[in-house]
Design a protein around this ligand. Structure first.
Ligand code: ZN
Length: 255
């Protein structure tokens, strides 16, 4: 069996992503937020995005969801090695996703702060949240952990630093969980979970660049996203020099 078959490369295209969102909607799942009350006899879904590699790809997904009439939550990092959410280009994308009616949350990086106890967890989430709220003139209410550790997974309280914890005991106990982490379904496959009549409450976790326009391996999906971003930054430099009227000197050529 090839990796393409074993890890279902064909599954993770943007077109298929739209079909899955539509499937969830058409099967009668109500799209809710983490802050909404748990209602035992409602068939619902908390659809969550941890934005890891490409906010632009996240925006593409946000538009698909908007066209299908569903609202999801986008959790952004403030210490990402892949994007600076406080850079204008990315801030504008966040605001565009928000303007489409989606919910915004914090994708909290415990590694940046080297958090190892609940007291510092409270403090560090509050620090990240405070600046985030001020910059984006928003009042976020939920966070998710980036790259979970055994310590953060042991933090099952409902709130930390004033924000609802997507890994709280409530969500672990009441909602099934389906995640595309590192580009394949590690436990259950999303459409099978959606179609199972026993699925009544579900939290879905999506990562932007684990989905691509064409069929490729998970690693290539991520590398393509990183390359695209690098090209954007290179173009930014070249355009900037044109705007300044400055010489852009390369080997034996001046642009
Ligand atoms: Zn993450």
């Amino acid at each position: 069996m090839t990796n393409r078959e074993k890890y279902k490369f064909d599954y993770f295209t943007i077109d298929h992503y739209g079909e899955l969102v539509k499937m969830a909607r058409d099967l009668g799942f109500i799209f809710i937020l983490h802050k909404d009350d748990y209602v035992a006899d409602r068939k619902d879904i908390i659809w969550r995005h941890d934005v890891e590699f490409s906010p632009a790809q996240a925006l593409k997904m946000a538009k698909i969801e908007h066209d299908l009439g569903v609202k999801t939550t986008y959790f952004f990092q403030t210490h990402s090695e892949n994007y600076n959410i406080y850079e204008k280009y990315f801030s504008d994308i966040l605001q565009e996703i928000r303007a489409l009616g989606h919910h915004i949350g914090l994708h909290f990086d415990s590694h940046y702060w080297d958090v190892s106890d609940e007291e510092s967890l409270e403090r560090c989430i509050a620090v990240d949240t405070d600046y985030f709220n001020k910059v984006f003139d928003i009042n976020i209410d939920t966070f998710s952990f980036h790259n979970t550790t055994s310590f953060v997974l042991s933090c099952e309280g409902y709130r930390y630093g004033g924000l609802i914890n997507t890994y709280a005991r409530l969500f672990k106990e009441k909602y099934q969980y389906c995640a595309d982490s590192t580009g394949y379904w590690r436990y259950e496959v999303l459409d099978e979970v959606l179609c199972d009549p026993n699925t009544r409450h579900l939290q879905v976790l999506i990562h932007d660049s684990m989905w691509s326009d064409t069929v490729m391996s998970p690693r290539k999906r991520v590398m393509t996203a990183i390359q695209k971003e690098a090209e954007r930054v290179k173009k930014f430099y070249d355009d900037d020099l044109v705007a300044f009227g400055a010489k852009n000197i390369d080997d034996d050529v001046v642009l």
